[in-house]
Design a protein around this ligand. Structure first.
Ligand SMILES: Cc1ncc(COP(=O)(O)O)c(C=O)c1O
Length: 237
């Protein structure tokens, strides 16, 4: 698959400018907002094009794809931070632990314990986010908002997992504003946990259609794919 590196660079510049503008409009420092360029289903060459344009963080949804692409990109992008943003099956945790700078969607203690076990073996402490299903959709990953404190407390007992924030994926928005209540819900969960003494600096929320709203509501990590890489190719049959 050929990659139009100039088009990726141009789109990256637009997204970075929009992210910076959204941060300033919210009275925030643009440096507080990291763009995770979601490269799911796009080839390694697209990742390299995004890095050349300024991206320092990329996101993948599938464990095998993360491993293969990270190996392929390799030395072409030293220092690039890879994020695992998809639902992680327990039996795939060992593939991702240590490779991902941040695992965004921990949705239960069994997965957290598996990550802890794999991280201990690898001699690392794995940073994670707890996924919260703010929209209550059956097909979406994440714990119910009311379950987050107990999961956070349990993760606190794992020596090789460190929870640094929360993530959410709201119902598909027809308009960007549709996502606002879900982003506000995530922030409320975070604020309550912080009031109880937790250190949770990160909120991962916002995609191509609604990242400006997410930034207004406090996102520190926006996961943007289509606006940077164009439409995702169909998965291999
Ligand atoms: C969890 C998650 N976040 C963000 C994205 C990026 O979405 P978009 O291409 O609309 O920016 C995806 C895409 O699959 C995703 O699964």
């Amino acid at each position: 698959m050929t990659v139009d590196a100039a088009a990726v660079a141009a789109r990256w510049a637009v997204v970075r400018a929009e992210v910076d503008a959204a941060a300033r409009a919210a009275g925030r420092d643009p440096a507080e907002v990291t763009i995770v360029a979601v490269s799911k289903l796009h080839p390694a060459a697209a990742v390299i094009a995004a890095v050349a344009a300024g991206a320092g963080d990329v996101g993948e949804n599938y464990a095998q794809e993360l491993v293969a692409k990270q190996d392929e990109v390799g030395g072409a992008a030293p220092g690039l931070r890879w994020h695992f943003i998809g639902r992680l099956q327990r039996n795939k945790a060992r593939m991702v632990v240590g490779r991902a700078a941040l695992i965004h969607a921990v949705d239960g203690l069994e997965l957290a314990a598996e990550i802890d076990k794999r991280a201990r073996t690898a001699g690392v402490v794995q940073d994670v986010l707890v996924a919260v299903n703010t929209g209550g959709e059956a097909q979406k990953t994440g714990v119910e908002p009311g379950e987050a404190p107990a999961l956070l407390a349990a993760i606190g007992g794992l020596a090789h997992v460190r929870c640094v924030g929360l993530m959410t994926m709201p119902p598909w928005p027809e308009h960007a504003e549709d996502s606002r209540p879900y982003f506000q819900a995530l922030r409320r969960v975070r604020d309550e946990l912080v009031a109880g003494g937790a250190a949770l600096p990160h909120l991962s929320m916002g995609t191509t259609g609604d990242f400006a709203v997410a930034i207004a509501e406090g996102a520190t990590l926006v996961r943007v794919g289509t606006a940077i890489f164009g439409a995702r190719p169909a998965p291999a049959p």
